[in-house]
Ligand binder design. Structure first.
Ligand SMILES: [Zn+2]
Length: 144
């Protein structure tokens, strides 16, 4: 069973990191829901999508582009073979971007809710986060 802080523990473990730079870490998902399933985590502590602020937008763009570059290079599959996004209501601490191949062929994909978590509004593409952040910021400005 996964614990709430498992991602933070994993990204701090050098032997688990597949990629690292000054902004982010890439690890493999411990319970992959596809043949290739990776998680991109920012080094800055950002709790989840709902804690994102305007100044995080460049970091989100970077995480997606660098993450995809890493995964494409590692798997030798084209970027169009991957689904990329965030869970709207994540169960784990620390924002994490899922990059997974679209085959959804895995022994860890056992329950309908797991399938739904990647095929409904629950799975949020990066650009939706920008829209939400900008909308929230605009509301704050209007309400001032
Ligand atoms: Zn997740």
């Amino acid at each position: 069973m996964a614990l709430k802080n498992d991602l933070i523990v994993a990204m701090d473990n050098k032997s688990v990191r597949l990629y690292e730079d000054e902004f982010m870490v890439i690890i493999a998902d411990v319970f992959p829901k596809s043949k290739h399933h990776y998680l991109v985590l920012p080094k800055e502590h950002i709790q989840e999508v709902n804690s994102l602020k305007t100044h995080h937008i460049p970091k989100l763009i970077y995480m997606e582009l660098k993450g995809l570059e890493f995964v494409v290079y590692r798997t030798m599959l084209p970027a169009r073979c991957f689904q990329v996004g965030y869970h709207a209501y994540p169960s784990m601490n620390r924002l994490h971007l899922h990059i997974l191949s679209k085959d959804f062929n895995s022994v860890h994909l056992r329950h309908p809710f797991q399938w739904n978590s990647f095929h409904t509004e629950f799975f949020v593409p990066t650009y939706s986060n920008y829209r939400t952040i900008i909308r929230k910021t605009a509301f704050k400005l209007i309400l001032k």
